[in-house]
Ligand binder design. Structure first.
Ligand code: ZN
Length: 340
C-alpha cells in the first residue's frame, strides 16, 4: 500500500480518540516532520513563540495526509511508557527484528510490524511502566536476540530539564515526508509475510486501537533478570581490610566495591563474567570481568580496568583523560552511588 489512495478514510471521533490513546503519550506538545530533511521540530506558534498543544484535529489531518505529518513521543510527562519500538534501518537489521518477533510470538508475546522507508519498526505494547523499566525490558531483548545496530525507543530512561520531551517516532499510518521519497508515502502494519494487516487505513487503525499487550508475567520475568537501569548499591563492603574513611576518594571507591559487582549493575554478565561490551558495537561478548579478579577487560581493545575507568566510559567520555573538573564530578557521583 504505497500510495495516497486512502487519504480520505472515514474517521469517526471515537476511532480517532482510541487510536490516539494507543500512540499518544502527551497532548501538551507534539513534533512535526519537516519534509525538507525528514527531521522533526516541536510545533510552535511562531508569532508568539509558544509551544502548541496537540489536538484530535491534528491527529486526523496526519492520518488523512493533509499537509502535516507528526511524531509521537514515547515518554509521557511522568516519564512513563506504554510502548517500545525497535527501529531497524535496513533490510538486514529488519530481518533480525522479524526473527525476534517470530520467536516472541511462539512465547505468546505479541508485537506489531510497521513498514518503514528502508527497514521497519516493531512495536510492543504493555501496561504503562517507568521509561527506565521499559528500556531495561527492551535492552534485554535486544541483547538476547543480538540486535546490535537496531535502535530502541524511547532512548531516555526519564525526562529531564535538559530534555523535556525525549525521543519520538513517526505516528504510524500518516504520510512519511522525506526528501529521498519521490512522493510522501504511507507505511502500514504488516504481518510476517509483509501483507498489510488490513486493506484500509481505517481498518488498520481499528486493529491498533486495541493492541494486544505483552503479557504482564513476561514483562515481570524479564525485568527480574534484566540489569537494573539505575544502580542501587547496598552498603559497600568489598575490601574491609583495605578500606578506611580517610582514604583519598579514588582509593576509597576502589576499595568499596569490586569491579565485577559494580559492572554487573550495568552490564548483563554470564556467571563467568562475560558480556557484550557497552563501549563498542559488540557481537561476540568481548567484555570480561571475572568474579574472582578485580578488573574489567575488552578483547576488542576498549581500554580501562578499574571501577572508575568503567564509569568514565559509561558516562560517555571518549577518553579516560578527564580534566580536573570532570574527574571531580565523576568521583563525586561515584561516592554518592556507593554511599561513601
Ligand atoms: Zn569494547
Amino acid at each position: 500500500m504505497r500510495h495516497e489512495g486512502d487519504s480520505r478514510p472515514e474517521l469517526d471521533l471515537e476511532l480517532l480518540r482510541a487510536y490516539a490513546e494507543t500512540f499518544i503519550s502527551r497532548w501538551d506538545t507534539y513534533p512535526v516532520q519537516n519534509p525538507k530533511d525528514g527531521t522533526y521540530f516541536r510545533a510552535k506558534d511562531f508569532t508568539t513563540d509558544t509551544i502548541q498543544p496537540l489536538s484530535l484535529a491534528i491527529v486526523e489531518r496526519h492520518l488523512r495526509g493533509q499537509g502535516i505529518t507528526i511524531g509521537a513521543y514515547l515518554l509521557d510527562t511522568d516519564s512513563q511508557a506504554k510502548s517500545i519500538v525497535f527501529d531497524a534501518d535496513d533490510a538486514e537489521h529488519w530481518a533480525s527484528v522479524q526473527h525476534m518477533a517470530d520467536q516472541l510470538e511462539q512465547e505468546g508475546v505479541p508485537s506489531y510490524r510497521e513498514q518503514s522507508r528502508r527497514g521497519g519498526h516493531l512495536w510492543l505494547f504493555f501496561d504503562r511502566m517507568p521509561g527506565a523499566d521499559a528500556r531495561r525490558f527492551g535492552n534485554f531483548l535486544r541483547n538476547r536476540y543480538e540486535l546490535d545496530g537496531v535502535e530502541l525507543y524511547p532512548k531516555q530512561d526519564r525526562l529531564t530539564e535538559m530534555n523535556s520531551v525525549g525521543s519520538l517516532v513517526r505516528l504510524p499510518l500518516g504520510l512519511h515526508r522525506h526528501p529521498e521519497l519521490p512522493t510522501p508515502q504511507r507505511f502500514v502494519f504488516v504481518d510476517r509475510e509483509n501483507v498489510p494487516l488490513a486493506p484500509s487505513v481505517r481498518e488498520q487503525m481499528a486493529i491498533l486501537t486495541n493492541p494486544q499487550k505483552v503479557p504482564r508475567r513476561f514483562v515481570k520475568a524479564i525485568l527480574k533478570r534484566a540489569p537494573e537501569a539505575k544502580p542501587h548499591f547496598s552498603t559497600p563492603q568489598f575490601d574491609k581490610k583495605k578500606f578506611s574513611k580517610n582514604m583519598p576518594p579514588d582509593k576509597k571507591i576502589k576499595a568499596a566495591v569490586s569491579v565485577h559487582d559494580f559492572v554487573s549493575q550495568f552490564v548483563e554478565l554470564t556467571p563467568t563474567g562475560r558480556g557484550y561490551c557497552p563501549f563498542h558495537e559488540d557481537h561476540r561478548m568481548s567484555f570480561s570481568t571475572p568474579p574472582n579478579a578485580n578488573y574489567w577487560h575488552c578483547f576488542a581493545g576498549c581500554t580501562g580496568q578499574t571501577v572508575i575507568d568503567f564509569f568514565i566510559r559509561w558516562k560517555g567520555y571518549q577518553s579516560l583523560d578527564l580534566d580536573r573538573e570532570q574527574w571531580g564530578e565523576v568521583l563525586k557521583e561515584l561516592l554518592g552511588m556507593l554511599h561513601l
